[in-house]
Design a protein around this ligand. Structure first.
Ligand SMILES: Nc1ncnc2c1ncn2[C@@H]1O[C@H](COP(=O)(O)OP(=O)(O)O)[C@@H](O)[C@H]1O
Ligand SMILES: [Mg+2]
Length: 273
């Protein structure tokens, strides 16, 4: 069985903005995501997270190397439809994702594009709006929603296709703490049901429960490992532009020992409370 998502020596350069200006390159990224995995991509602003997210779903094509979704290359036109159903990109700014006039139309959009019969669309949209607690907002224009509601709609509009992996580009940025908790709750639920998550962020706490982490520094892989092993790298977190949870900062300031939590599970339950 091929991996759900595999990046093999993926390199990509953005065209120079102006002649002579520095060129940004993502270099030889390798990554493998299996069904149900939770992987965190950590990096500062400008390290290449959003570029990598776009490569993972075929919005950008690699200059060299391959992005394979269930063994199908994003380069091949004939794989596009299948890849679009399997991989959902949750944009950093939900406004950039919205295309329709109402919450209902936004949630129905992808299904209409795939030619799903109208009765089936209505049923799936209703279930999806209920699930993300958006039913009472069905007729609202997306741009009128609150930050948390927009984020939930951006998830709902993808979830309606039952993607097998969600690419989450800084999904908690711009949310207040109440909305963060609610969105985290939905994401945890999706994960429990077997959706793989690839979560791009600069905040370690958001991905402390991941199976695997990759740190991007100026387009290159600076480190890979499990969240529990990150303690060994804590001194580099600053250079990498990664925000640490207070418990790490405090422990680092007091001594050289790991934070006062027994294991990842305990750490995560503490974080997500
Ligand atoms: N469309 C583009 N054209 C040229 N340069 C870009 C483009 N998009 C992003 N960049 C540059 O690529 C670098 C990485 O950007 P990005 O992937 O958005 O990083 P991050 O999401 O980690 O903040 C930045 O220096 C940015 O200015
Ligand atoms: Mg970004």
């Amino acid at each position: 069985m091929p991996a759900l998502l595999a990046l093999q020596d993926v390199s990509y350069a953005h065209a120079r903005q102006r002649p002579g200006s520095a060129e940004f390159r993502l270099e030889e990224i390798n990554l493998q995501i299996e069904a149900g995995d939770f992987c965190g991509i950590l990096g500062a602003n400008g390290s290449g997270k959003s570029t990598l997210a776009r490569l993972c779903c075929g919005l950008y094509l690699p200059d060299s190397g391959e992005v394979l979704v269930e063994g199908c290359s994003t380069r091949q036109e004939e794989n596009r439809r299948r890849i679009r159903q399997a991989v959902g990109l949750v944009f950093q700014n939900p406004e950039n994702q919205f295309v329709a006039e109402t919450v209902t139309a936004e949630t129905a959009f992808a299904l209409e594009n795939l030619g799903v019969p109208p009765a089936e669309i209505r049923r799936r949209v209703r279930d999806t709006l209920d699930r993300f607690d958006l039913g009472h907002l069905a007729g609202m224009p997306p741009h009128r929603l609150s930050g948390g509601e927009k984020r939930r709609l951006s998830l709902a509009a993808l979830w309606v296709l039952r993607p097998r992996v969600l690419l989450l580009d800084e999904p908690l940025s711009m949310l207040d703490s109440g909305s963060k908790k609610k969105v985290c709750g939905f994401l945890q639920e999706l994960r429990r049901e077997g959706t793989a998550l690839l979560w791009f962020t600069s905040a370690f706490a958001e991905v402390a429960g991941a199976d695997h982490l990759l740190v991007l520094e100026a387009g290159k892989t600076a480190w890979q490992g499990r969240p529990g092993e990150f303690w060994g790298e804590v001194e580099k977190a600053n250079r990498w532009g990664i925000e640490l949870p207070p418990v790490y900062e405090i422990a680092a300031g007091l001594s050289q020992s790991p934070p006062p939590v027994a294991g990842e599970e305990e750490f995560v339950s503490w974080l997500w409370k």
